[in-house]
Write a protein that binds this ligand. Sequence first.
Ligand code: PLP
Length: 426
Amino acid sequence: MYDTLMERRARLLGPMYKQFYQTPFAPVRGEGVWVTDHAGKRYLDAYNNVPHVGHCHPRVVEAASRQIATFNSNTRYPSELIVDYAERLAETMPDPLKVCMFVCSGTEANELAWRIAMANSGGDGALVTKSAFHGNSTIIGALDSSTLPAERLQDWVATVPAPEHRGVGDRTPKLTASAYTGQYRQAIAGLAHRGHRPAALFACPVFASDGLYSPPAGYLDEAMAEVRKTGALIISDEVQSALGRAGTDFWGFQHAGIVPDIVTMAKPMGNGLPLAVVVTSRKLVEGFLKTERYFNTFGGNQVVAAAGIAVLDVLRDEKLQENALEIGAYLRRRLALLMERDERIGDVRGTGLFVGVEMVRDRAGNAPAPETARAVIEGLLLRGVLVGITGRGRNLLKIRPPMIFSQENADQLVDTLEKTLAATPR
Ligand SMILES: Cc1ncc(COP(=O)(O)O)c(C=O)c1O
């Protein structure tokens, strides 16, 4: 069945659709942290943040099913559900971030955020971190510093470093806060040299695709002030960090210690349904509407709103942010013990249930080992555990499971990683 599926997929969907793994794997069913594949084999999902509160959570399934059997249209019509959902989201945000606009994907959210930033700032340049991904449209795709080589970035895009740590076990940033700010100053000057003033800084507040970094309290303040001095807005892209994943906080920007002007969110919001949101201030929306208009047919329809509310209910009732904090710390402790026994693990970092395990050639050199990372995720798949890869060097195992991940799940993950490493040639 798998071979036929892959042949049809290649023929009908074309070469854009790549395989995530080399080993045959086509999931057909999910439940909680578990995924079952085409052959009936069960896997522990330690990677997927889309099913944020667990695959097919019964409360989300029930809420969305009930609504799709009742009414589904778009936000042109007033709906209690979407207003209730906006109210619930706004309750989690600081002032003045109280207005919610609905779209269908992270790309669309960032695209709308970009237009709001352009309209309000008068700028037309963008600042992004050095290995960032914010989406796939023409404008937002141009910010893809994780794939595009520096020389292929548009002249209106400039990069700044992520707040990288010094190294193994040392969480001090590589650069002092003022040296870090200096890098922003340089990027802004580079834009000016090319005839652009920044409209926005886009940043993932846990710097996930840069390699997963948590800056110390206050570290980003000076750099953010430098951005704001130019009139640019700060956009926190919460597509990966939203809804308690960082454990310490509900939103990634709170974890990073900043208050952005615009917050964008997508992947986990609807537990698999296309629910994406831009949250900002009334003033910025009004500024945008002086010259622009926006309408999104499917954005925030009644079914996704019902799912979104159920996700927030489950997070609260099952105390999943607290779970992320506790289980994430436990997982990192166990991984750190494994690191002591295996030189190929260069670092274990992250926050809450967003964990990175850095694969290196040897601890002393700390050179990235992307081929080991690849072999490890394939080996984990064979042993029934799903993990991804991220980071500038493509050598960071990306562990970002559904938020219901338990201590027992963490044990299974680490034990399987240990077995996989033992079977992976050095
Ligand atoms: C941080 C971040 N922003 C934006 C996006 C784009 O989201 P979407 O695929 O829903 O357009 C992604 C997708 O991986 C992402 O990781």
